[in-house]
Design a protein around this ligand. Structure first.
Ligand code: ASP
Length: 239
């Protein structure tokens, strides 16, 4: 989502697109907001989006995670809980928020969804206002967690509303919105950025996160509650 214009593009059910965020951006540029991938994958492919055989996306870790979740008869977050630990894997959804030199905010989210989800289920990530949101007047938000709870609480827009209309700080707004997620039985977190450039990452457990701060001239990364696990000058980053 582009917070300067509030144009947005999203896809659900992608099976072959290698770069779903870039494909979603094409939809944004066409003026479409949400599409079923089955209806647009071929057209986006013909327009230049790289397509892979669905088998290309399968990894041994994810296959093991799915088997564990199936055996337990449960639908699980791919980056939390027993299935993730059993598979030795606790990284999943990718979220990005950014602010450009002109102050425009943007957000993007890419996910495989929850492990062992029922066929046809759509989570929060492609739903604008639930898992993804950007409005340059207030915040950019990309969420991860139990999608149903983020949908039911209109999570990302709730953060926006609290900052823009209720005057809360980004930290207060994210914390209160996550409280609502927990209130309907969900768990998860987000990366969020406000118009002043403050970045936040919240999660119930660890959350792999990285950032670049052009004003400070530094990059950093963190996993759990620490503010920075590793970091360095931006000159270390290669294009
Ligand atoms: N929010 C995603 C979904 O519900 C899952 C995730 O963030 O891991 O599909």
């Amino acid at each position: 989502m582009d917070g300067a214009t509030r144009r947005a593009g999203a896809l659900c059910g992608t099976r072959r697109l290698r770069h779903p965020v870039s494909a979603a951006r094409r939809l944004l540029e066409e003026g479409r907001v949400l599409a079923l991938a089955a209806g647009v994958e071929d057209r986006l492919g013909a327009a230049g989006e790289e397509r892979m055989d669905p088998a290309w996306f399968i990894t041994a870790e994810r296959a093991a995670q799915l088997e564990t979740a199936r055996a337990a008869g449960r639908t699980l977050l791919d980056h939390a809980g027993e299935a993730a630990r059993a598979a030795g894997d606790d990284a999943g959804t990718v979220g990005a928020v950014a602010r450009d030199a002109a102050g425009a905010l943007a957000a993007a989210t890419s996910t495989g969804g929850m492990t062992n989800k029922p066929a046809g289920r759509v989570g929060d990530s492609p739903v604008i206002g639930a898992g993804t949101w950007a409005d340059s007047r207030s915040v950019a938000v990309s969420a991860t967690g139990v999608g149903e709870a983020f949908l039911r609480t209109a999570f990302a827009h709730e953060v926006d509303a609290r900052v823009r209309l209720a005057g809360q700080s980004l930290a207060e707004a994210v914390s209160a919105a996550l409280e609502q997620v927990r209130g309907v039985g969900g768990e998860g977190g987000c990366v969020a950025l406000d118009a002043a450039g403050a970045v936040l990452a919240f999660n119930s457990q660890g959350m792999y996160r990285a950032w670049v701060d052009p004003a400070a001239g530094r990059w950093g990364l963190a996993i759990f509650g620490e503010t920075e696990l590793e970091g360095g000058p931006m000159s270390e980053l290669v294009a």
